[in-house]
Design a protein around this ligand. Structure first.
Ligand SMILES: N[C@@H](CCC(=O)N[C@@H](CS)C(=O)NCC(=O)O)C(=O)O
Length: 204
């Protein structure tokens, strides 16, 4: 299987997920800084012009990180990163949905329209810089709320490391390295993020 790969937190999620499972993926690197993802050759792979994309051994293209990870989990069930049974899978997906809507979406809108504005402005429609700042402030409020809910846990789903950790961890580590650090006032999340960063799979 071939992973169309690039800079950024979304491809990192798939690389980390695959590394945790010991899946070897052939990598095809796409230069998003140089705009290669917006050229026809890559848009023929993913018409959304985004990374990552997975080309399966039968030639099917799968995009969207959750769809890719769900597909890999079905092919390679162990170690389970979504869940071993219906209850575990539901728990992982519940947290994923909270993170997708409350953290990832505002993160991307906020990041693109503030700290990364010079890069994205010529490429896509953006929120105003002020609106981007407001979206980031909302996301910080969500992180503080989540921080309280997750207090005392080793991982998001308790003792079970999962796709929920990989997803939130990939975004927040990217933010920490790219001018969008964790907000003040978090008790649980900084230590958990360090535990994520210490896993070899986050360097994949
Ligand atoms: N919803 C997509 C998001 C993918 C995405 O936004 N990827 C970023 C990299 S982290 C991208 O391709 N950016 C290139 C660009 O916007 O030009 C997914 O789940 O895979």
């Amino acid at each position: 299987m071939r992973l169309y790969d690039s800079l950024g937190p979304n491809p990192q999620i798939v690389r980390t997920f695959a590394a945790e499972k010991g899946i070897a993926l052939e990598k095809a690197s796409v230069d998003i800084m140089g705009g290669e993802n917006r050229q026809d050759a890559y848009k023929a792979v993913n018409p959304m012009a985004q990374l990552p994309a997975l080309e399966t051994d039968s030639g099917q293209i799968i995009t969207e990180v959750v769809a890719i990870c769900e597909f890999l989990e079905e092919l390679f069930p162990q170690p389970a990163l979504i869940g071993n049974d219906a209850a575990e899978r539901a728990e992982t997906r519940m947290w994923m949905r909270r993170f997708d809507l409350g953290v990832m979406e505002p993160f991307m809108f906020g990041f693109r329209s503030t700290v990364a504005r010079p890069f994205f402005e010529p490429r896509m429609a953006l929120l105003s810089e002020a609106a981007g700042g407001e979206v980031i402030a909302l996301m910080h409020g969500t992180l503080r709320h989540l921080d309280g809910l997750l207090a005392g846990r080793m991982w998001v789903c308790g003792e079970r490391f999962s796709l929920a950790d990989i997803t939130l961890g990939s975004f927040l580590l990217f933010g920490r390295a790219s001018g969008m650090p964790l907000p003040d006032g978090l008790a649980w999340m900084p230590g958990w993020l360090d535990r994520c960063a210490a896993r070899e799979s986050f360097a994949a």
